[in-house]
Write a protein that binds this ligand. Structure first.
Ligand code: FES
Ligand SMILES: [Fe+2]
Length: 385
């Protein structure tokens, strides 16, 4: 047992709750103003205070393996080009030609190229962003190509993920930003994992509703009764804050076995399921044999782009193994996230917009939501309609 592994503390908390047959938090009811999810002025305030200068996870690093592999990303409000260089370093640039500003690359899915050539006048850039070729260069007298490299964004490959601050003047400072949650990512082995699949979709709901759906131990056996609900114990869940992030855990049916075992035999993927919230917009769900990374990009108070990336322990070695992961992904993406979690988030948005309720209610088994409100409020200030 590695006692410095931060996952043990929360696992132990949950065991304690089960032994004493009590919930983690005392039962309490609180209310939240529904306009928190519908008010356009508040949405603008959130964009400014939360999203304008913050490290965001743009996906698993294993998505771009070879030099020249790249992907474009347009969901943060900035056009981003993410590329692995000849030196194998990952870089992010504003996806904008330095001549007359045309969008340079178009790769909603991973593509591979040796250089990037702008479609308009064919200015060409190397994988490290340097401007290497200007057709009819003499038509630009007194012009120094070296001063017109692509505009770089703060980027780092760390803990198996790609982190980018879409603000070119911003910083990353990942050790300070992540604190102990970085060790969770390392201990789940993300850095050695293999990119499997990514889906992108736009859903008609506020981004916070989706975060909340993944911090809620109350719905698991109910909403998911026909899919994965039967794998879990009802309302046996715990969570804790780690700086601006949340580590949370829901007991699987096998959880009772762990009470008889020494800590080194506790199984963080099969006795329970962890779901981490990484500030401000990522949910990581650690399933038994794959990991879901779900990033939420708010577009309006009632519209969110959802990017779901799935990583697996290793590259499938046979058709049968591939089919196994395909089935697992289809089950979680279509059967659980789309048909159940994201579906109810959209239904909740319809409810918020209708004005039927002035407030929504949070009960004793929804403590993760209280943590999330607290974290948001520390950045935005209290909600003021
Ligand atoms: S705008 Fe890109 S080459 Fe002219
Ligand atoms: Fe759920």
């Amino acid at each position: 047992m590695n006692i410095s592994d931060p996952r043990y503390g929360l696992f132990q908390t949950l065991q304690q709750c089960v032994r004493e047959n009590r919930p983690q938090d005392p039962m309490a009811t609180s209310e939240v103003d529904c306009r928190y999810y519908t008010d356009p002025a508040w949405f603008d305030h959130e964009m400014k205070t939360i999203f304008s200068d913050v490290p965001l996870i743009l996906g698993p690093a294993s998505m771009l393996k070879e030099p020249g592999e790249h992907i474009t990303h347009d969901h943060t409000g900035k056009p981003i080009l993410l590329v692995r260089g000849r030196d194998r370093k990952l870089r992010a640039f504003l996806n904008v030609c330095r001549h007359r500003g045309v969008r340079l690359a178009d790769a909603p899915e991973v593509k591979r190229k040796p250089t990037f050539t702008c479609p308009y006048h064919h200015w060409t850039y190397a994988l490290d962003g340097e401007l290497t070729h200007v057709p009819v260069e003499e038509s630009f007298p007194d012009f120094d190509k070296h001063c017109r490299s692509l505009v770089a964004l703060p980027t780092e490959e760390a803990h198996g993920l790609v982190w980018v601050n879409p603000n070119k003047e911003g910083t990353l400072n990942l050790p300070g930003f992540l604190g102990n949650i970085a060790r969770d990512l390392d201990n789940f082995g993300l850095a050695d994992d293999h990119f499997f699949k990514q889906t992108v979709q736009t859903r008609q709901c506020n981004w916070k509703l989706i975060v909340e759906a993944f911090q809620d131990g109350y719905h698991v056996t109910r909403l998911h009764q026909r899919s994965v609900g039967g794998f879990f114990l009802d309302c046996v869940a715990a969570q804790e804050r780690e700086q601006q992030h949340i580590r949370s855990i829901v007991a699987r049916k096998e959880f009772a076995e762990s009470l008889q075992l020494p800590p080194e035999q506790w199984d963080f993927r099969n006795h329970a399921s962890f779901a981490h919230f990484i500030w401000p917009n990522t949910i990581m769900v650690f399933h038994p044999d794959y990991i879901s990374q779900m990033a939420l990009y708010p577009q309006s108070p009632s519209e969110t782009v959802v990017v779901h990336s799935c990583v697996i322990d290793r590259e499938p070695l046979s058709e049968a193994e591939l089919a196994h992961y395909e089935r697992g992904f289809a089950m979680i993406e279509d059967g659980v996230f789309n048909a159940e979690d994201l579906h109810v988030c959209e239904q909740a948005q319809i409810g918020m917009d209708s004005g039927a309720n002035d407030t929504l209610l949070i009960g004793g088994h929804e403590g993760g939501l209280r943590n999330f409100y607290e974290i948001v409020e520390e950045t935005t200030g209290p909600y003021r309609p």
